[in-house]
Design a protein around this ligand. Structure first.
Ligand SMILES: C[S@@+](CC[C@H](N)C(=O)[O-])C[C@H]1O[C@@H](n2cnc3c(N)ncnc32)[C@H](O)[C@@H]1O
Length: 272
């Protein structure tokens, strides 16, 4: 998939206007990702070393609190809680990923400091101004787009706290073929400068960032092809197998076409 874990479109969805595709829950796409990413701990093109670096950058201290919207398998919360003694809440739509998050928290001995909530992050009612870090790493469709997601995150943030946002950006002007393969409009994402403009108009200063590179993108995406291919060989008669074969084709083509055009990174912001 060209875009990290975005709910990739089925052939039917590709025929609909791009803005409607990714903001709606598709249980088929979600199951596809649950299978394709079953071997991943971090569901993004972020290496373990870069996740560590991000934790250092956030200057976490014992007792701090983090809210992680679309927390996936909880790797960031579990790692950071184990290393920095922070407390946290993770919210995600996927029970499969949340089960993995609970298991990971137990493995790292931080169960008592973390809570995982099943649900749509857009509907999560968080304690007001209660978190030192509010993160959404790789799911900015939860608020409709980047600006909308910042608005979702803002109320939970303590004054002086950090927003940590994983987002896609255009490295270079994408050919129409790339947009079509990803089921997106060119205007769905911006360049790095354009992405920063969204942060600034929301009243936030970009104070740090950790970007993925083409290799980490390949590790995240290409490794899913193998997992999915193996699964399809083992489950040829699964009711979703035909759709999953199609999705795998769409995802592989999208990544191969997008590799030099789509970037991804985690941006650390503080209110101006
Ligand atoms: C790209 S993964 C990122 C997961 C995690 N942040 C990480 O970096 O490992 C996107 C996650 O968003 C979750 N998700 C998608 N739509 C959601 C929504 N509306 N509310 C909550 N979680 C959602 C998926 O289940 C998936 O775990």
């Amino acid at each position: 998939m060209g875009v990290p874990h975005r709910l990739i479109p089925t052939a039917k969805e590709l025929a609909t206007p791009s803005s409607t595709i990714f903001f709606e829950e598709s249980s088929l796409s979600l199951r596809f990702h649950e299978i394709a990413e079953s071997g991943h701990r971090i569901l993004n093109p972020l290496t373990p070393a870069k996740l560590d670096l991000l934790g250092e950058i956030c200057r976490l201290r014992p007792g701090m609190r983090q809210l992680d919207l679309a927390c996936g398998a909880g790797e960031m919360l579990a790692q950071w809680s184990a290393r920095y003694d922070i407390e946290g809440v993770g919210v995600d739509l996927s029970k499969v990923f949340l089960d993995a998050a609970v298991a990971r928290a137990a493995e790292l001995g931080v169960t008592s400091r973390l809570r995982f909530v099943h649900g749509d992050a857009a509907d999560h009612v968080a304690e007001s101004e209660a978190y030192d870090v509010v993160s959404c790493v790789g799911a900015t469709w939860i608020g409709g787009n980047l600006a909308g997601t910042i608005e979702l995150m803002r109320p939970a943030l303590r004054p002086g706290g950090l927003l940590v946002i994983g987002e896609v950006f255009w490295i270079s002007e994408p050919p129409e073929e790339v947009c079509e393969a990803n089921g997106m409009a060119r205007t769905d994402y911006a360049s790095l400068i354009g992405t920063n403009a969204v942060f600034e108009s929301a009243g936030f200063e970009l104070i740090e960032m950790v970007l993925s590179d083409a290799d980490s993108f390949d590790r995240y995406v290409a490794s899913q092809w193998r997992t999915m291919s193996d699964w399809l060989r083992e489950h040829p008669t699964d009711p979703d197998a035909t759709e999953f074969r199609d999705l795998l084709e769409v995802a592989r083509r999208a990544h191969l076409l997008s590799r030099n055009h789509l970037g991804w990174g985690v941006f650390v912001l503080r209110a101006i």
